[in-house]
Design a protein around this ligand. Structure first.
Ligand code: FAD
Ligand code: MLT
Ligand code: ZN
Length: 475
């Protein structure tokens, strides 16, 4: 049953209104539009109703109603996702379930190094709440002022500190989830050890709103780093950069917290499209890295970084380097790195490849992928950057802004095939941190083995038999 029938829609609206009250319903077409497309304005849809529950109980009642009516539900957090996962389809039948009113920090337990938060809490708010008790929550993304922890968990977001602290999955100890039929699973346990059977938590993390609604989580906290040192380096090729990572790890061990890469083209894109940015180094370098080390005490942090860079210079791994001597300089380096996300849509339409590879395979992959992409289109504008410390590349191809939808679809198909074939050949992943959403759903089906696809479908079927959770996404 769908909701195209206005009478049915009104009945559901009335019943949802009774659950969440007027403050929890967005029915006005103008106000709904913010929930109906993504931040890149790449995906557009229509929703029947946007519902904004304020509690887990309300979320459960909303889901129960949608389950009974077989109404599809698209859960949405900060709507900063890169893969169209939070955008409803064009039918106008789907309910958008916005979690942003459920944004409380429920409990902070510094002794247990945990914090219990609601799904709609902004990542930046959580980072601040950790800092307020002299602890550190390390997840860090360019979108941290707008994305929610529920969205981070649902996409298993990565970001710039995975090298040291892991993905969002590694940062969550327990979850509270509303199931598609409205039952509540309370798995809010702050335990480092719990071997009581199948790990349900890990099933919901990365499930992109297709299995249930994450309403709260217990997060891990860490000692707060009080000293940081960073450097910007330029080098001649990606192989040297990967060996530089090896050298940094050998010298700095777990004090190395970020190792981010940008090709010369990616840097140029930021310099051209983001105000108040300038290249930290003179001259052209094929690749740049932004390296950061951190510790709870200064104790030789800068010297350690400087010595490692001197080694790298002596062994010809890098051509030039500059230390971020002040907070302002450090912020300027990060502004460049994080500016790539803003610069791309200003410069054109990106065909995004969010890929993961064994770090050792990166140099050969980049050579082969560049060659293959140029085979499809000799003049292709490749924007290659990413989290080299975790083997995650954003190997994007930037098309002119006026490229038509048909030409984009055709180019995407052709570039995807050559890039993703090489990824799979190298035993990599076609979706590293942004999620599958609607962007990579067909690619997932193309590359996953029948056994893996079948297992995923069995999980989906058993948890969401009416297929109401984010249909058309991921699987
Ligand atoms: P949304 O976009 O609202 O939703 C994303 C997906 O999660 C959808 O499928 C949605 O249905 C589902 N979902 C949301 N909330 C819930 C919930 N409570 N329960 C169940 N399902 C839910 N991502 C990275 O991984 N690394 C980066 O470095 C990075 N950098 C970024 C930089 C910028 C400038 C921007 C705009 C985005 C960046 N992203 C990055 C992508 C994005 O911020 C992340 O994917 C983030 O985790 C999405 O959170 P959100 O709250 O905005 O989720
Ligand atoms: C980043 O690492 O900056 C984002 O994940 C990638 C992007 O904006 O495409
Ligand atoms: Zn990224």
């Amino acid at each position: 049953m769908t909701q195209s029938n206005p009478n049915l829609r009104n009945t559901l609206l009335d019943r949802l209104l009774a659950v969440v009250g007027p403050a929890g319903i967005v029915a006005d077409a103008d106000q709904k539009s913010a929930y109906e497309s993504d931040w890149l304005k790449k995906w557009h849809g229509r929703s029947s109703i946007v519902v904004r529950p304020a509690t887990t109980q309300q979320t459960a009642e909303v889901m129960k109603l949608c389950h009974e009516n077989r109404t599809p539900v698209v859960t949405q957090g900060g709507n900063t996702g890169m893969s169209g996962g939070a955008t409803p389809d064009a039918s106008g039948d789907q309910v958008v379930l916005s979690m942003t009113r459920m944004n409380a920090i429920r409990q902070v337990d510094p002794l247990n190094n945990t914090m219990t938060v609601e799904a709609g809490a902004l990542l930046a708010t959580i980072q601040q709440a950790a800092e307020d008790v002299n602890r550190y929550f390390p997840l860090s993304l360019g979108s941290e002022g707008s994305c929610t922890i529920g969205g981070n968990l649902a996409t298993n977001a990565g970001g710039i500190a995975v090298l040291r602290y892991g993905n969002t999955r590694e940062l969550a100890l327990g979850l509270e989830v509303v199931l598609p039929d409205g039952r509540i699973w309370n798995g809010l346990r702050g335990l480092r050890k719990d071997n009581t059977g199948y790990d349900l938590r890990d099933m919901f993390i990365g499930s992109e709103g297709t299995l249930g609604v994450i309403t709260a989580a217990v997060l891990k906290l860490f000692p707060r780093p009080k000293a940081r040192a960073c450097a910007w380096v330029g080098t001649h090729d990606i192989r040297a950069l990967v060996h530089l990572l090896e050298l940094m790890q050998a010298n700095c061990a777990d004090r190395l917290v970020a190792f981010e890469m940008m090709s010369a083209e990616s840097l140029q894109l930021v310099l051209d499209h983001v105000t108040d940015t300038r290249s930290p180094l003179e001259g052209r370098h094929a690749y740049h890295a932004l390296i950061e080390v951190a510790d709870t005490r200064e104790t030789g942090l800068s010297d350690m970084l400087q010595d490692a860079l001197q080694d790298a210079m002596d062994t010809n791994l890098i051509d030039d380097a500059v230390l971020g001597a002040s907070l302002a300089q450090r912020q300027a380096f990060w502004k460049i790195r994080e500016g790539i996300s803003q610069a791309q849509p200003r410069a054109g339409k990106a065909i995004k490849h969010d890929i993961a590879l064994p770090i050792s395979a990166l140099p050969d992959f980049v050579g082969a992928a560049e060659h293959a992409v140029r085979g499809v289109q000799a003049s292709a504008h490749i924007v290659n950057f990413g989290h080299v410390g975790d083997g995650n590349l954003h190997f994007n191809i930037l098309m002119p802004s006026d490229t038509s939808a048909e030409a984009m679809a055709d180019a995407t198909q052709r570039f995807n095939r050559v890039v993703h074939d090489l990824v799979v050949e190298a035993n990599g992943s076609i979706s590293a941190e942004h999620g599958v959403g609607q962007l990579r759903r067909d690619e997932l089906r193309h590359y996953k083995s029948p056994v893996e696809l079948n297992l995923m479908l069995l999980v989906k079927q058993s948890l969401d038999p009416n297929h109401i959770m984010n249909p058309g996404k991921l699987i």
